[in-house]
Design a protein. Structure first.
Length: 288
């Protein structure tokens, strides 16, 4: 038997992960180094474990004999892993790109990720804007749409310019906030589907019927969740999320927060993940 260290987000603090050791019998070790499937059969559970490690262990298939031994991890290999907070707005074009990429990118980097919905409109109002800057500055808007086309083509992400921009993402954000508050595993899937509805299918995501149909398509009770999302308590949660975004210095979406560091824009995703890894490695070395 031998040990393989992997990172696990234990849930107590969304921005922190802990290095644990999995003990594996040699005859169950799987050589799946070249697996790059987005929905690999070996990886459908243990989502916070890096993809290639999940393939090797056979997690999610019943293959492999694995036992977590976090309590017996030698002090020399324990470390705290800085997590990535992904702050997104459903009306944001570049947030669409990040939403499609962040889960796999963070898993490959071994960095825990938390999904943080918020609203940009209150933040824009504080900056004196009553509309998206891509509408206020036409040249910037023209560039953005062409840039988005190129990037989506490069990443293989479906895209169709919406007939209205920006669309009202308030209801979708409330549902996402509801899911976040109870750590629902369907949150990433819901976010992906809302973004695709907006930026690939040109559907009106501000319409409750559209959001309900998305939830129903995920085998959830759309009507019940929309009712829960509209409660005073849940509305306050979204308000608090948006207030916290402002306190973190967030001024646009997508934004990524790693510890005390803020990274803005889809093109900063890999930089944010690299910062999380390097900072965690440094903290580990300093603590030895």
């Amino acid at each position: 038997m031998f040990d393989i260290p992997v990172f696990s987000n234990l849930g107590a603090q969304p921005n922190i992960g802990v290095l644990v050791v999995l003990t594996l019998r040699p005859n169950t070790f799987r050589q799946e180094d070249n697996c790059r499937k987005r929905h690999c059969v070996y990886c459908k559970s243990a989502r916070n474990i890096p993809h290639r490690v999940r393939c090797k262990l056979g997690i999610g298939t019943g293959r492999g004999s694995i036992s977590a031994q976090s309590s017996s991890v030698p002090r020399s290999v324990k470390l705290t892993m800085l997590g990535l907070q992904f702050w997104f707005e459903f009306g944001s074009t570049y947030s669409y790109l990040s939403a499609c990429r962040v889960q796999d990118a963070a898993a490959d980097a071994g960095v825990p990720v938390s999904w943080e919905p918020f609203l940009l409109s209150p933040i824009f109002k504080e900056q004196g804007w009553d509309d998206s800057p891509f509408n206020l500055y036409p040249a910037k808007g023209r560039y953005m749409w062409r840039d988005l086309e190129r990037l989506c083509a490069g990443y293989g992400i479906p895209f169709a310019k919406p007939s209205r921009f920006p669309r009202n993402g308030l209801l979708a954000a409330r549902v996402a906030c509801l899911a976040k508050s109870s750590s629902e595993p369907w949150l990433p899937n819901f976010v992906w589907e809302v973004y695709r509805a907006n930026f690939a299918a040109d559907r009106e995501i501000g319409d409750a019927a559209v959001i309900r149909s998305i939830l129903d398509s995920l085998n959830l009770s759309g009507s019940e969740l929309i009712d829960e999302a509209g409660t005073i308590e849940n509305k306050r949660l979204l308000h608090e999320q948006t207030r916290r975004a402002g306190e973190l210095g967030i001024f646009g979406a997508p934004s990524f927060v790693v510890g005390d560091e803020l990274f803005w824009g889809d093109d900063r995703l890999n930089h944010a993940l690299a910062w999380a890894r390097s900072s965690s490695a440094k903290d580990s070395k300093d603590s030895r």
